[in-house]
Write a protein that binds this ligand. Structure first.
Ligand SMILES: [Zn+2]
Length: 338
């Protein structure tokens, strides 16, 4: 079962060789799905990949990765506080890239090609029907178009998602220990260039809903680029509070360059977005009237997609976030010079 412990800190950047320290060996898949995948135009034959060694020595250090957990206190998030220095370095690289771009080049809409890689176990655990992948893409399109927003809070980010392919891989080790083997799994499955969104679906570990690389990492680590989502956090995945598809919305926000709304807490420059109020730490559930940085204007952005609130609580990106995603897209993903 997924951890529901009270908040114990905040989470985020994975860097260095930290992942091998997070041995997820205790993980047992819950909610196995017995039904075979439905056939569709995007379905490809099931294949079985070879088993990879557990935490191979000399594995490549992970580039910056950001994640979403059910509650920040879960073990997967411990010790992974994003430092202000790491965030500043990302922003520096963005600003450097933008120097070479003209304003008119940052002009949505853009349609992002998407490839889903569904990894499941031989007993059927994690075998996700294609219909649910289509549903996830539908949630993404609605979220990035602003359909979940209430009143005038949201915005159409200009991003759309088009499903190109679904691959299916049956491998017990890859499914149960994706985090330990991601450095070897992703290069084996990944498709396309910087503009192609590769989404890996597997069991990620107790309390870990998903994680993503940042666009700044692509140039040096193209084969690791992408988003991972727990199969239970897909729409209809059965994970209470987190199975409406917004782990995907959130992680792709990172893939497009966004930080959490609680990045840097109450300290400037926060999440580097002007229209998201400061927030000392992540939100859990769906608190009303929360204000953890009273010295700054505005209540906490509890309903923002880049928080840790429940899926049903998340409603929107802000215009500032949309602009920042657009800048990252042009700087790192849509630029033929990359
Ligand atoms: Zn996150």
């Amino acid at each position: 079962m997924i951890g529901r412990s009270p908040r114990g800190g905040s989470a985020a950047l994975w860097s260095g060789l930290t992942l091998c320290a997070f041995a997820l060996t205790g993980l047992v898949a819950s909610t196995p799905e017995q039904e075979p995948p439905r056939s569709s135009s995007t379905h490809t034959p099931v294949r079985t990949a070879d088993q990879e060694p557990y935490c191979p020595p000399g594995s490549v250090p992970h580039a910056g990765t950001d994640l979403r957990v059910t509650d920040p206190g879960v073990p997967a998030a411990e010790g992974m506080e994003p430092t202000p220095e790491e965030a500043a370095e990302h922003d520096e690289r963005l600003q450097g890239a933008l120097l070479h771009l003209r304003e008119e080049e940052i002009a949505p809409p853009w349609t992002i090609p998407v490839v889903f890689h569904v990894i499941s176990a031989r007993d059927g655990s994690g075998r996700v029907e294609d219909a649910r992948i289509h549903e996830q893409v539908d949630v993404l399109n609605r979220a990035y178009r602003g359909d979940f927003a209430q009143g005038s809070e949201g915005t159409d980010t200009g991003f759309r998602f088009e499903l190109d392919e679904i691959t299916h891989t049956v491998n017990d080790t890859w499914f149960h220990h994706f985090g330990d083997h991601r450095d070897t799994i992703r290069p084996r499955l990944r498709q396309g260039g910087p503009e192609t969104l590769n989404v890996y679906v597997a069991a990620l570990g107790p309390g870990l809903l998903g994680f993503s690389t940042f666009p700044q990492n692509y140039a040096h680590n193209p084969e690791q680029d992408g988003v991972a989502i727990s199969h239970e956090a897909l729409p209809g995945g059965g994970l209470e509070r987190f199975d409406e598809g917004h782990t995907g919305t959130h992680e792709i926000g990172h893939w497009l360059g966004l930080f959490h709304t609680f990045q840097n807490g109450c300290q400037s420059p926060g999440d580097y977005v002007d229209d998201t109020p400061y927030e000392r730490e992540s939100a859990s559930g769906c608190p009303v009237g929360r204000n953890t940085c009273p010295q700054h204007p505005g209540l906490d952005p509890v309903t923002n997609f880049m928080n840790y609130s429940d899926d049903a609580c998340m409603t929107h990106f802000t215009p500032g976030q949309a602009q920042r995603m657009a800048e990252h897209w042009v700087a790192f993903r849509d630029d033929p010079r990359v």
